[in-house]
Design a protein around this ligand. Structure first.
Ligand code: C5P
Length: 401
């Protein structure tokens, strides 16, 4: 099932590196070609000979190796694959990835690659829970780096907790999904994300505080399950999630047109904070501040509701239309009414009151409202909310099959 797929496996320095030897075998059994980079730390735990024997080829260790560079340059090595897998990914390598350091072959390849990356972290529980590691993980997740594990359990030093590298079968499943063979393989999905901006004149506009982090994380999570994702994004300061086709728009009208152009789609997730109003008296030339003149009057007109339009799109209607409700009070009650009013199937409701930290933050507390009822999810990183939602979407499509 991985026939002909080319994996670049980076093995960094942790005791879990022994599992990566088995991972090489299992990947090759499934038809994948595996090239390996072994870091200096990794070579303390497994030998280059074991790695190259199992991989059926040479193992790459040095960045300034003349022999390696003559055979394949390090930039080509980083790109000549379908997926980069980092297993184990140590706290140090995660930090280097998050910070963009390139001081050895592994970190240089990770900085130079334009391929999707899947990491399997492995470390001591205190290193895992350290705010520095958690911040690095959030940075990497926001960039669309996929992750499998770690799991909780006994650790090498006699301690117990989160930090054990995912088991080989779990990594294989994640590799398969990352390569498009996942639960949503072949399913067309559209996601709206970010704010829309509505111009007042050529230099001024009305905007809102949406960062796009949740919507982009959802697009990444759906793509990680193999979906064909069209992400329609308003202006955001985020990297494009890997594996998604990104359509950049500014206004609500452009977002609606792009969403309709992305149909047919089996699923629509409308996470964008679409401006409710646009400026009706847009001025084609910059409005001038004349001395003594009153401030200009800006008149507003209602924008189209993208979620409601998609939910009423007749034969083109996505089988599952998911909306968001950002509320500051009576969150669930208002969201339930919104689900009915918009004609969508699910609503993900969240509290965006000042102090909730939702807008622009890294985590979110949401409620999932479906026709069956309301689920209260715990406070979770946005990437985890995204993964859970993607799982629920996959399960819903599987049931409806
Ligand atoms: O009405 P409200 O803005 O609270 O609804 C939020 C939900 O509706 C979100 O899913 C948002 O993406 C969607 N929406 C939309 N088009 C609009 C306004 C909201 O798709 N014009």
């Amino acid at each position: 099932m991985l026939d002909g797929r080319r994996i670049l496996l980076i093995i960094s320095g942790g005791i879990a590196a022994y599992k990566s030897l088995d991972l090489i075998r299992r990947l090759r059994e499934r038809g994948a070609e595996v090239r390996c980079i072994l870091t200096a730390g990794g070579a303390q735990f497994v030998t280059p000979l074991a790695v190259s024997t199992l991989a059926g080829g040479r193992v790459f260790q040095e960045i300034f190796s003349l022999t390696d560079e003559a055979e394949i340059g390090h930039i080509t090595l980083a790109r000549d694959c379908d997926l980069v897998v980092v297993a184990p990914a140590t706290a140090n390598l995660l930090a280097k990835m998050a910070g963009g350091l390139a001081d050895d072959l592994a970190s240089t390849a990770l900085l130079a690659t334009d391929r999707p990356i899947l990491m399997a972290p492995a470390m001591n529980v205190r290193m895992w829970t350290h705010p520095a590691t958690q911040a690095n993980l959030a940075t990497l997740a926001a960039r669309g780096v996929r992750r499998v594990g770690p799991n909780a359990g006994p650790l090498a030093e006699g301690e117990s907790g989160m930090g054990r590298m995912a088991e080989v079968p779990e990594i294989l499943e994640a590799v398969t999904a990352a390569l498009g063979g996942g639960r949503l393989a072949g399913r067309r999905v559209l996601v709206t994300s970010g704010p829309t901006i509505e111009p007042i004149d050529p230099v001024r506009f009305i905007a809102n505080r949406s960062s796009g982090k949740q919507g982009h994380a959802i697009a990444a999570a759906l793509a990680a399950l193999g979906a064909e994702v069209t992400l329609i994004s308003g202006p955001v300061h985020l990297a494009d999630p890997p594996g998604c086709r990104v359509v950049r728009v500014e206004t609500a009208a452009e977002m609606l047109a792009a969403a309709q152009a992305a149909l047919p789609a089996e699923v629509a997730v409308c996470a964008a904070a679409v401006a409710d109003w646009r400026v009706e008296n847009y001025a084609a030339a910059k409005r001038k501040k004349e001395p003594g003149a009153p401030p200009p009057v800006i008149s507003l007109a209602a924008n189209p509701d993208i979620l409601a339009t998609l939910s009423a799109a007749g034969p083109q209607r996505p089988r599952l239309a998911v909306g968001f409700a950002a509320e500051t009070e009576n969150v669930v009650e208002h969201a339930a009414a919104k689900r009915v009013r918009k004609g969508c199937d699910w609503i993900v409701a969240n509290d965006v009151s000042p102090g909730s930290g939702t807008f622009g933050g890294e985590s979110n507390t949401v409620h999932l409202l479906t026709a069956e009822g309301t689920e209260d999810w715990p406070h979770l990183p946005k990437a985890e909310v995204a993964r859970r939602l993607a799982d629920r979407i996959a399960a819903a499509l599987e049931t409806a099959r």
